[in-house]
Design a protein around this ligand. Structure first.
Ligand code: PMP
Length: 376
């Protein structure tokens, strides 16, 4: 029995073309991009080409691109780097990823006031709710683009338009980058995070886009790399892998989206019909089609996940970063999902490398496992 991977929001398989782009950089262009000799110059050329291409793909300027080790680092760099010293007021959606929520809690511990906005039952922040929560001393608002558990898309550009000039918006676009058209300039955020392993690139590399007029206090101190904003020898091959994966994702965006939408419909329709009762958590329409969050009332998510793994279906409950804890998802809780549904929620997440036959077989296995567990 072949295992089927339905956990693409946790991470994605590396595409062979991406690996082929990275390989010669690891073996031949191995120099330190800060070295002045020809080995260093070659690595620098590869790095700066990657930076320019990323900037073009996301409609930013090359000097607005900071390569990091992933979105967790990018989110920490942005949040700690933008806030300055307390006191001050911070706002965030209640459905942010732990790598945004965690730094905000830490900032609150050091003396910032932190308020969480409310969300609709579908997990979306109403744009007008933001204006009501602003204070004269508000410095920053953290609002993600697409949610990792439900696929809900937030009205980020609309919210930015309504913000007073002194309030900066940090946007965690980790689940959206490469999946929806993204223009940093048009979005208007001060900072934006993304991570290559969410769009079939390598792990260990991400980026922070930083608007040119925004000053960032670095988190680490050392050399002058990346304008001192993120010192340390750059991971050139990973940056090349990131841009190759992003380029493919952007070029194939419409086809991939249509494919993933078909897969989601297939999975949802079959599970709804054959494993009822099933409840859908998150937006019924308009969200990212890669994510399908379903509750199976009467069952416990952890038992269901284990049985599904044994049956050869890999999926998750909540974000991989919080799946070590057995606590119900804070995202679904903030949406007001009632307790029995909260306890039985499972996230299936899809990607372009899956086939219809695999998803059909996965649906068959889910139906069988749910029926067996319900029989007790
Ligand atoms: N933000 C979101 C919305 C995510 O889904 C993730 C990954 N689970 C991250 C941030 C963290 O990304 P990374 O694994 O690159 O640190």
């Amino acid at each position: 029995m072949e295992p089927i991977y339905l956990d693409h929001n946790a991470t994605t398989p590396l595409l062979p073309a991406v690996w082929e782009a990275m390989r010669p950089v690891l073996t031949d262009a191995f120099g330190n991009p800060a070295s002045a000799h020809r080995f260093g110059r070659r690595a620098r050329q590869a790095l700066e080409d990657a930076r320019e291409r990323v900037a073009a793909l996301l409609d930013a300027a090359p000097d607005e691109v900071v390569f990091t080790s992933g979105a967790t680092e990018s989110n920490n760099l942005a949040l700690f780097g933008l806030c300055g010293d307390p006191p001050g007021h911070l706002l965030a959606s209640p459905v942010e990823h732990p790598s945004v929520a965690g730094p905000l809690v830490e900032l609150a511990r050091t003396g910032f006031a932190l308020d969480l906005l409310s969300v609709s039952p579908e997990g979306i922040v109403p744009a007008d709710a933001v204006s009501e929560s602003l204070r004269p001393d508000t410095r920053l608002l953290a609002l993600m683009l697409a949610n990792h558990e439900t696929g809900a898309v937030q009205p980020v550009a609309e919210v930015v338009r309504r913000l007073p000039p002194g309030v900066r918006l940090h946007c965690d676009a980790t689940q959206a980058a490469g999946k929806v058209p993204l223009s940093f300039r048009a979005l208007g955020a001060a900072t934006l995070s993304a991570s290559a392993h969410k769009f079939n690139g390598p792990k260990g590399v991400g980026l922070l886009l930083l608007r040119r007029d925004v000053r960032l206090r670095p988190r680490t101190h050392g050399g002058h790399q990346q304008g001192g904003r993120r010192p340390g020898t750059e991971a050139v091959a990973q940056a090349v892998g990131l841009v190759c994966a992003l380029d493919l994702a952007v070029r194939e965006m419409d086809a991939r989206r249509a494919h993933v939408e078909r897969l989601r419909r297939l999975l949802l329709e079959r599970v709804r019909k054959e494993a009822a009762p099933v409840a859908l958590n998150g937006p019924a329409a308009g969200g990212l089609p890669h994510t399908l969050n379903l509750s199976f009332p009467g069952l416990e998510a952890q038992a269901l996940l284990m049985a599904l793994d044994l049956a050869g279906v890999a999926c998750s409950a909540g974000s991989a970063c919080s799946s070590g804890s057995l606590l119900p998802s804070p995202v679904l809780r903030a949406m007001g999902v009632p307790e029995p549904l909260l306890r039985s929620a499972v996230r299936f997440s899809l990607g372009p490398t899956l086939t219809e036959a695999e998803v059909d077989e996965a649906a068959r296995r889910v139906v069988a496992v749910v029926a067996r567990l319900r029989r007790g």
